[in-house]
Design a protein around this ligand. Structure first.
Ligand code: SF4
Length: 470
């Protein structure tokens, strides 16, 4: 589905590189590949061994960087970030990486995720005299590191990480070291690759493919990696817990050409579609997927049922982004602008419309109507994930509970609201089977908390659900 009309948004993407003479350029290309994870801001920090060089701005990677910036972004190492506007809105000061300068040394920090105890930690730090310049969780991590400034930085980072809880994949760059870390449950994705002698890190492996890097392995839950002129060292800042990688990364967020935890995203979506067909078959003439993220699941559904797959819905690619339109009514018109039903394919046909998820239901209702207006005689909606009934505390905008249509309506009620002839969702067991399959659940388990309400970490009464702009 289209993120900006659906109301589901990834928070960020992280990229880092060490040991490459064109570190800034490689990061720029890496961020291009991660652009789908955040379109509100982008930034790169490099080190030339003596000082950190920063360029960041509000907008798409292409808008923020021009050729002129790269003569200033010198150095053999870099970290980069693309951001979706969360708490505090999309102002320049919240665009990452954030740079903290001090007399002794400087530090740049970029992170993807959400800390469930950020509010409490911020209160403690403020009580001890810290002053915050941004509303980002990233600054909380930086203050915790700086508070242990008497320790070597590796230990200071380790000590900061032992205090924070939630989901995070982060990169810290100093003048002469790069640090990479992942939360104890590996909720957010982060992979390691090699580009010649250089080390690269990215939220998704599609960034490796774009720059010609080869995949090495996943960053392990609770792992802290340090790289400097002596090479790469790895340690555990905490014992790894059972991995609970966000299942929505497979369902919707990640690019189909990425591999997450050694499973290709397109392949996992196809399996979800097949599983869905097994669980909720239907008699129909044609299967269509809602572009772009539902197409793989629709192909899987088609393969399993033998009902031909067709391009019944087309995305109008060059229409302006709908999130700038303020009202619900205009957003719904935006849906119409962004998607077209192909009359020649659906007219007079019983159509299976496969979508990856339903958030508020308004988009599904609109698409069902589009298909019927184009002549579909029946529209059977099949959703390749379970009903989203709970908010996410880990950095994904799934809207508040009250806005989630499945939190207060049965499947039959949702069917009626969206005007479909039938509606079925993939089961939580089916989703887990599609991703974990016969692999070890300790290494390949997934979070399904927005479907089940079983959060893999503590959630505190004052845990802040990121307040996304909408
Ligand atoms: S609650 Fe849902 S969106 Fe959030 S990390 Fe878990 S699976 Fe992903």
């Amino acid at each position: 589905m289209l993120a900006e009309i659906k109301g589901l948004n990834e928070e960020c993407g992280v990229f880092a590189i060490w040991g490459h003479e064109k570190a800034a350029e490689m990061t720029y290309y890496g961020l291009h590949a991660l652009q789908h994870r955040g379109q509100e801001g982008a930034g790169i920090v490099t080190t030339d061994g003596e000082k950190l060089n920063l360029h960041k701005g509000v907008g798409l990677v292409n808008d923020v960087f021009s050729e002129a910036e790269f003569s200033r972004l010198k150095g053999h190492a870099a970290i980069g970030h693309v951001r979706y506007a969360t708490q505090g809105g999309g102002g320049y000061e919240n665009v990452q990486p954030l740079v903290f300068r001090s007399q002794k040394n400087s530090m740049a920090l970029a992170h993807n995720g959400n800390l469930v105890n950020a509010h409490a930690l911020k209160g403690q730090l403020e009580a001890q005299g810290s002053i915050f310049q941004t509303t980002s969780d990233t600054e909380v991590i930086a203050h915790l590191v700086k508070r242990s400034g008497h320790l070597p930085i590796e230990q200071a980072i380790s000590s900061a990480l032992s205090m924070i809880k939630g989901a995070y994949a982060f990169a810290v760059l100093t003048e002469d070291q790069l640090f990479i870390g992942l939360d104890p449950r590996g909720l957010r994705p982060l992979s390691i690759g090699r580009l010649g002698d250089a080390y690269v890190f990215a939220s998704e492996t599609c960034a490796f493919d774009l720059i010609g890097a080869t995949y090495e392995r996943e960053v392990r839950p609770g792992e802290l990696i340090a790289i400097d002129e002596d090479g790469l060292r790895t340690s555990q800042f905490t014992s790894p817990l059972q991995r609970t990688l966000c299942s929505m990364e497979y369902v919707y967020f990640s690019r189909p050409d990425s591999d997450l935890n050694e499973l290709n995203v397109h392949a996992s979506r196809k399996t979800m579609g097949k599983q869905l067909a097994e669980e909720a078959p239907v008699i129909a003439d044609v299967v269509t997927g809602v572009p772009d993220s539902s197409i793989s699941a629709a192909i899987g559904f088609s393969e399993e049922t033998g009902i031909p797959y067709e391009l019944g819905l087309i995305k109008n690619r060059y229409v302006g982004r709908t999130f700038i339109q303020p009202s619900q009514e205009l957003r719904e018109q935006g849906v119409k602008m962004k998607l077209s039903a192909v009359r020649g394919i659906v007219e007079g046909k019983r159509v299976v419309m496969v979508d990856d998820s339903i958030v508020r239901g308004t988009t599904s209702r609109r698409i069902v109507r589009l298909l019927k207006e184009a002549g579909a005689t029946e529209v059977h909606v099949r959703i390749a994930s379970p009903p989203i009934q709970n908010p996410c505390y880990y950095g994904i905008d799934t809207s508040t509970k009250g806005e989630l249509i499945a939190s207060s309506n049965t499947v039959e009620e949702i069917r009626e609201i969206i005007g479909a002839d039938s509606l079925a969702f993939l089961s939580t067991e089916g989703l887990e089977k599609s991703i974990v399959a016969d692999r070890d659940v300790n290494d390949h388990g997934v979070c399904q908390a927005c479907f089940t309400g079983n959060y893999p970490t503590e959630i505190y009464p004052d845990t802040v659900i990121p307040a996304y702009k909408d």
